[in-house]
Design a protein around this ligand. Sequence first.
Ligand code: MRU
Length: 341
Amino acid sequence: MKNLTALSLKTIQGELYVLDQTLLPQQQKWLPCQTVTDMVAMIKALQLRGAPAIGIGASLLLAYRASMGDSREQLLLDAEVLRAARPTAVNLMNNLDSMIAALQQADFKTAAIDCAGQLFAQDVQLCLNMAHHGAALVQDGEQLLTHCNTGGLATAGVGTALGVVNLAHQQGKNIRLWVDETRPLLQGGRLTAWECRQLGIPYQLICDNMAAMLMARGQVDCIFVGSDRIAANGDFANKVGTYSLAVLAHYHKVPFYVVAPHTTVDLACADGSAIPIEQRHADEVRGVSGAFGTAIWAPEDAAVFNPAFDVTPAALVTGWVLDTGVYSQADIAAGVLKQFA
Ligand code: MRU
């Protein structure tokens, strides 16, 4: 396997490493990932997270196992174990399907290594394409808002929604970014803020419940978010809290864009109600943890509802920024997503 480098994943001399995102921004610790058990645990714990990144990480792990001499039968079993690691991001399923197809070839070891490398390179290119299409929507002087983390940490490349913001910034547009902290796991406060700092993007961190006030004051010109799965009718799942933002944006007439590669489109889901939504551990809502330690502020047995994602109906979306272009409500209603069958 050749050396590959992303913000949260890298291969060095055939070995796979994952940047532990649960420790950011306080610590930057790269963990070796050698077994399917390692990879599943890292994905479940969100040490590796973000829809494209988990698909590519799982593929690289299979390629690594193939390079270690595991049998085709074992690798096919492992692919199914990896598939079950998280249910909502369809990129994981799509990438594993590509790996399974590669494993059918006579020289399955070489095919698996090549396939994982191609998925990595493809994601880098898809991110660049999305950034190009999305940045064209951003005007000089605008105040943008984003939710969760959709940057280099979540992909092999420059990211999805954050890639758009970053390119607009690189183009010299005088933009500012409101970063939702993104309760409960604070991907915005911990990860997007960290990436913005590294990229020099002017940003201000807000608690999720401050976005409404900013929109009412006219201080949000445009919203860009990512997605874990886009249904055939344009409804999409993304980090919980995205739907509230879309409702607020609709009320305040703020343009609201979803940015995702075409590999996030799932035509098997006719609409958003078919997208499986991951439920996570109650302690994530009872308190918070990270490199700074753990704090539980709720009663330790407090009953909790903790969906990791919510679904935003297509009716609330201004545009779908994919690697192939920007699509309007009319395009989506005309079935433009069917090209990704
Ligand atoms: O639970 P997470 O942190 O994996 O959720 C990530 C998101 O919701 C992102 O917006 C999505 O994966 C798209 S990122 C390119």
